[in-house]
Ligand binder design. Sequence first.
Ligand SMILES: Cc1cc2nc3c(=O)[nH]c(=O)nc-3n(C[C@H](O)[C@H](O)[C@H](O)COP(=O)(O)OP(=O)(O)OC[C@H]3O[C@@H](n4cnc5c(N)ncnc54)[C@H](O)[C@@H]3O)c2cc1C
Length: 260
Amino acid sequence: MNIVVCIKQVPDTAEVRINPETGTLIREGVPSIINPFDMHAIEAGLQLREKIGGKVTVLSMGPPQAENALRDALAMGADDAVLLSDRAFAGSDTWATSHVLSKAITKLAADIIICGKQAIDGDTAQVGPEVAEFLNIPHISYIRKIDDISDNSIRVQRLMDEGYDVVESSLPVLLTVVKELNQPRLPSLKGKMAAKKAVIRKWGQADIGADENDIGLKGSPTQVKNIFSPEVRKDRKILEGTPEEQVDALVEELKRLKCL
Ligand SMILES: Cc1cc2nc3c(=O)[nH]c(=O)nc-3n(C[C@H](O)[C@H](O)[C@H](O)COP(=O)(O)OP(=O)(O)OC[C@H]3O[C@@H](n4cnc5c(N)ncnc54)[C@H](O)[C@@H]3O)c2cc1C
C-alpha cells in the first residue's frame, strides 16, 4: 500500500504576532511546527502501514525550511519524504497549492492520501478535498476512526455535529482527519538519528510537470484585497448574578438597546 501524508509547516500559534502596520504575520523568530492535525495524519499513515504493510511518504510544499517538518515526520517513522519547493510555487493560493500537491501525488502513485482536517494558520480546510478533485478520486473528510481496510477498499467513521457517519470507499481515496482519530506517537531516539541522516527528495516545477499558469500567483484565482486585525471593542459589560438574574439583566439590556 502506497500511503502519502500531506503535512504543512506552520508557525506555532502560541507565538504568533501581527504587524499592526502591514497586517501580516511576524514570522521572524517564530518557531515552526508540523500542523497539529497533520500529526494525526502521520500517525494514521503509520498505523495503516503497520496493519497492511507498504510505505508512508510524507509530502510538503513550502520554503526550504519545511524540510525540518519532514525530518520530524521521518523521526516518527515515515519511510520517505518529498519537499516541493520552488520559487515558481510562491504566492500559491489553496487552488494552486492543491494543484502542485496533486501533481506530486500522481508521481508518487498513492493508494491512500491522508491530510489534516485543516491548517491552523490558513484555516481554510480546502486543500484536502481540492487535491482529491484534481486527482479525480473520492475523498472522505473529518475521519475519527478507520474501521477496516483492504487492498481495494476502506471503511471509516466521519465525525458529524451529532454522532458519526460510516462511509466506505474504493481506493485510491483521500482522507482528512480530526484529532479524535489517534494519539500521535513520539519519535524514538533511533528514529531521530535516522531522520537526521535521511536524504529528502526535493521537487520543483519541472519535476512534477506543472504548467506555470497553474501554480504560484499566476495560477491563483484568489486575490487578497486587504488583511487586517479585527478591531478590539471595549464597550463590553459582564453580567453578574445567578443564571436567572443574568437572563433578566440581558433582556433589560437588549430592550434598552431597542434590540427587543
Ligand atoms: C493569493 C494568495 C497568496 C498566497 N501566497 C502564499 C505564499 O506566498 N506563501 C505561503 O506560504 N502561503 C501563501 N498563501 C497561503 C496558502 O495558499 C495556503 O496556506 C495553502 O494553500 C494552504 O491552505 P490552508 O493553510 O488553508 O490549508 P488547509 O486547507 O486548511 O489544510 C488542510 C490540509 O491540507 C494539507 N496541506 C495544506 N497546505 C499544505 C502544504 N503546503 N503542503 C502539504 N500539505 C498541505 C495538510 O494536510 C493540511 O492539514 C497564499 C494564499 C493566497 C490566497
